[in-house]
Write a protein that binds this ligand. Structure first.
Ligand SMILES: [Zn+2]
Length: 113
């Protein structure tokens, strides 16, 4: 027989699982701004040390990080994709914890027999 706690955990798990479907596209990684020097001789910004802040998308895999230059027109889109990834990741973490709670209850129920 399902306990009240089990029903509560399953309902919460289903509620979060439905939220996952709200996210379409997502992308793991981050956005970084690096100050790069240019090749123009006599550049005032480079001489002052402020250089040229440039935005990149950064993705780390095992032992290699890939940097991809992001033109301004695509930065907002990439930012949204990364935010979606973090929201989905946080949701799947919570769903995983709820599932663990359910498994723990099911272990306890078995123990009674
Ligand atoms: Zn420069």
């Amino acid at each position: 027989m399902a306990s009240v706690e089990l029903v509560r955990l399953q309902a919460e798990k289903f509620r979060l699982w439905k939220q996952l479907r709200n996210y379409g596209e997502f992308m793991r990684g981050s956005m970084v701004t690096l100050k790069r020097p240019c090749t123009y001789r006599g550049c005032r910004k480079c001489a002052e040390g402020t250089k040229h802040p440039t935005t990149y998308y950064s993705i780390s895999r095992k032992n290699k990080t890939e940097l991809i230059y992001l033109p301004k027109r695509i930065q907002a889109r990439v930012k949204r994709l990364i935010e979606n990834y973090h929201r989905m990741n946080s949701l799947t973490d919570r769903i995983s914890e709820l599932t663990l709670g359910i498994v723990k209850l099911q272990i306890k129920e078995r123990g009674k027999k």
